[in-house]
Design a protein around this ligand. Structure first.
Ligand code: LIP
Length: 285
């Protein structure tokens, strides 16, 4: 049975929900961090960690959504999973940048995105998450700098309420390019080889440790480009929407759509140039 499309008129209110929950949960994780943090468990490998704060933050996000949006579904990095009836599913990452959080490094974020089912190529190009859902509203909150990035589809992106104009075009040779690495040895070895081929061709590489943060810094023009292979939907659902609404072009590898296999984001000409270099690097692996 096909569902009636979600009315875009509700996107601003979904953004309000995302922003207020990201901010309040961000304040909680910052104070938990100050009280001290330990690894609670590991996930895909010994270096892929989860802390008690990740779990508590996800519990708070799920509880807040159950109260504010009881008919919506929820999908969270730490296992939150609720089927909804409204057609909207919230994709949440309670702490994106958990390793930074553990080490008391500032680049960690709360990421909250409202998504709708959409597996059309046009929807995917517009920033689908990997599981055939399109983010329509979202927020990423950086507790350490008290920066709240928000966006909704067609509404532009904002930082603490001020409009963002996105990254400027620059040549690849003067581009500051952020990327990230997966948690398994095989994936990292491949990613390191791609970086080895790229680094002589760019201004420099940054590995911030939080994909949601990377995408928001790109939206704010503090990075020129970002790419990563192997992201999970909660890592980028909100951040990709914010980058795109700020004016970045999102691309995948070769003709593939942007998403889990590869997400490239930059001003349009640079995004295409970087896509070609990444394709060449992978072709030589
Ligand atoms: C992490 C990212 C990081 C990326 C890792 C991982 P976590 O999320 O945001 O930048 O490189 O692959 O997905 O585990 O901190 O939520």
């Amino acid at each position: 049975m096909s569902r009636a499309p979600i009315d875009p008129a509700i996107f601003p209110s979904l953004t309000e929900v995302a922003g207020s929950l990201a901010r309040s949960v961000g304040a909680v994780i910052r104070s938990l961090r100050d009280a001290g943090v330990d690894v609670a468990a590991t996930k895909s490998s010994a270096v892929d960690v989860v802390t008690a704060a990740d779990r508590e933050a996800e519990r708070l996000l799920a509880a807040g959504l159950a109260e504010l949006r009881p008919d919506d579904g929820v999908l969270g990095e730490e296992g939150a999973s609720r089927a909804g009836t409204s057609g909207i599913t919230w994709v949440v990452d309670p702490i994106d940048g958990t390793v930074n959080y553990l080490y008391q490094l500032p680049a960690y974020a709360v990421s909250v995105a409202a998504t709708v089912a959409d597996d059309s190529p046009a929807g995917a190009r517009a920033g689908n998450t990997a599981d055939g859902r399109r983010a329509v509203a979202g927020a990423v909150y950086l507790p350490v700098t008290d920066e709240l990035f928000t966006a909704f589809e067609g509404g532009g992106a904002r930082l603490n309420g001020e409009p963002l104009t996105g990254p400027a075009e620059t040549e690849l040779g003067t581009a500051l390019v952020a990327t990230g690495f997966g948690y398994t040895v095989e994936r990292r070895t491949e990613q390191a080889e791609v970086v080895r081929r790229l680094i002589p061709q760019v201004r420099d590489i940054r590995r911030m440790g939080s994909a949601a943060t990377d995408l928001c810094l790109l939206a704010a023009g503090r990075l020129d480009a970002y790419y990563e292979r192997g992201l999970q939907p909660w890592d980028y659902a909100a951040g990709a929407l914010i980058a795109r609404e700020a004016g970045a072009l999102l691309l995948g590898r070769d003709e593939a759509l942007p998403g889990e296999p590869m997400l490239i984001a930059a001003a349009p000409m640079l995004a295409r140039r970087l896509q070609a270099e990444i394709a060449a690097a992978y072709a030589e692996l």
